[in-house]
Design a protein around this ligand. Structure first.
Ligand SMILES: Cc1ncc(COP(=O)(O)O)c(C=O)c1O
Length: 437
């Protein structure tokens, strides 16, 4: 094992040996290399005469660029130094700091709790993949609900070889199926030393966020299981964070309820600008850590950040500098909060419109509506026709595109619908059902 990895491992063990035990074998071996990166960083500070360390190109002391590239970027606002050069594998420091401050503003219960600085990833998909490398060994279990984002399977099962273990998301009474969740968690905890639980609110595909009471119960269950001796890694996928449209939905991340509960419970927060700030293709996501640490918390978090950034370094080296700079500039812009509120209200009015439209009795023989209170999506459960058959029929006959999930479910991205289109869409789905019945 590399000496740097040994040092990071010792720092983690000194603060919380259980966190160290949770690392995958890749995670235990990870370190942040010194080599070229640290030598160039040193040269950046001290090489005033000539700096020939890093693998980029310069001319007349400035970053080399093609005018046909820079014509597409406002050079006054974002010079080549902030767009074309490499960003650090950790992400640009000012963005990491700004995102952390925003996490605390958006989650007031984090106040007084210590968490890591976020490490930048290439969107949340990449964040999940990095978490899988650092914390999940092939054969480990990852607990998810039966209705989930399909890519979890690709990242965690197909690529990583983890076992995906599912519980039923909704109870017959309508809300989160806390009983099924606890049963599944206990069943897996009885078989293993370590479990990984993936929570996603607002949820894809259902648009559901746990209520305050359900959130408290989920956190309590995981804390109890951790207290009883199982190592619990609770990963919160907060991709759609902030888009909470109803009073009963939790307004803070589950991360806040778990990040300081027990040494045996590690909370990992995945969030990002992609969905929250409507910059899907800029690919800016983050990984942050929170757990109870007895020793020097700063040292443990620094070690976890270095392992995580080392994993990024060995995977895609670093994330788009341009993407990070644009997100940071927008966050610092005085218009930012008002702009976000405006888009929030737009999405909320669409969600409300969907609810109003679906109250109409005319739909009741065709489908049931799954609970939703947040995010980009909602789902219906068809009563008489197969989801895939209807999807193809709607597409071919009416030019309407929806996502079929399993046998009976259709997912509607109301985030893409203008208010006037909502009723038209559901009437077309109803017509499609009638055509096929
Ligand atoms: C629940 C969930 N997590 C993560 C992602 C991926 O987000 P990103 O574009 O940041 O990779 C998605 C995208 O569809 C999602 O629905």
């Amino acid at each position: 094992m590399n000496e740097l990895a040994k040092q990071l491992n010792a720092d983690i063990v000194a603060g919380n040996s259980m966190t160290f035990d949770m690392l995958s074998s890749i995670g235990k071996n990870l370190f942040f290399p010194k080599g070229i990166l640290s030598q160039s960083a040193e040269a950046k500070q001290k090489a005033h005469k000539l700096n020939a360390t890093i693998g980029i190109a310069k001319e007349e002391g400035k970053i080399m660029y093609l005018p046909s590239v820079m014509d597409a970027i406002d050079m006054e606002s974002i010079p080549p130094e902030e767009s074309l050069t490499y960003a650090p594998s950790f992400g640009i420091p000012a963005l990491r700091q700004a995102w952390k401050e925003a996490q605390y503003e958006k989650n007031p219960s984090l106040s007084g709790k210590t968490t890591s600085l976020p490490v930048v990833t290439c969107g949340i998909t990449h964040a999940i993949s990095i978490v899988a490398d650092v914390w999940v060994d092939p054969g480990d279990v990852v607990i998810v609900p039966d209705m989930m984002w399909g890519n979890y399977n690709m990242i965690l099962n197909v690529r990583k070889g983890a076992e995906i273990s599912k519980y039923t998301l909704f109870s017959d009474k309508g809300g989160y199926n806390i009983e099924a969740f606890e049963k599944k968690v206990r069943e897996e905890a009885a078989k293993r030393d370590k479990i990984v639980v993936l929570l996603n609110f607002p949820q894809n595909p259902t648009g559901y966020t746990a209520t305050h009471e359900e959130g408290r119960q989920i956190a309590d269950i995981l804390t109890r299981v951790a207290q009883e001796g199982t190592k619990v890694i609770a990963v919160t996928d907060d991709a759609y964070f902030g888009l909470f449209f109803e009073d009963d939905a939790m307004k803070e991340s589950m991360f806040t309820l778990m990040c300081d509960r027990h040494e045996n419970l590690l909370a990992i927060k995945l969030d990002g600008a992609t969905k929250e700030n409507y910059v899907w293709g800029l690919r800016v996501g983050f990984i942050s850590y929170g757990t109870r640490i007895t020793g020097d918390a700063a040292k443990v978090y620094e070690a976890l950040e270095k392992k995580t950034a080392g994993c990024v370094r060995g995977n895609i080296s670093n994330c788009s500098h341009l993407g990070q700079t644009i997100v940071l500039k927008s966050m610092k812009d005085p218009r930012y909060q008002a702009e976000k509120l405006e888009k929030f209200n737009t999405l909320k009015s669409r969600a409300n419109r969907v609810k109003d439209v679906l109250k109409n009795e005319k739909y009741k023989d065709a489908w049931d509506v799954y609970p939703f209170n947040s995010g980009y999506f909602m789902c219906i459960r068809l009563k008489n026709v197969a989801a895939e058959t209807l999807r193809v029929h709607l597409l071919d006959t009416y030019g309407v595109g929806l996502i079929a999930l399993g046998e009976k479910d259709l997912r509607v991205a109301f985030s893409c619908l203008d208010l006037d289109d909502v009723e038209v869409l559901f009437d077309t789905v109803l017509q499609g059902v009638k055509d096929l019945s």
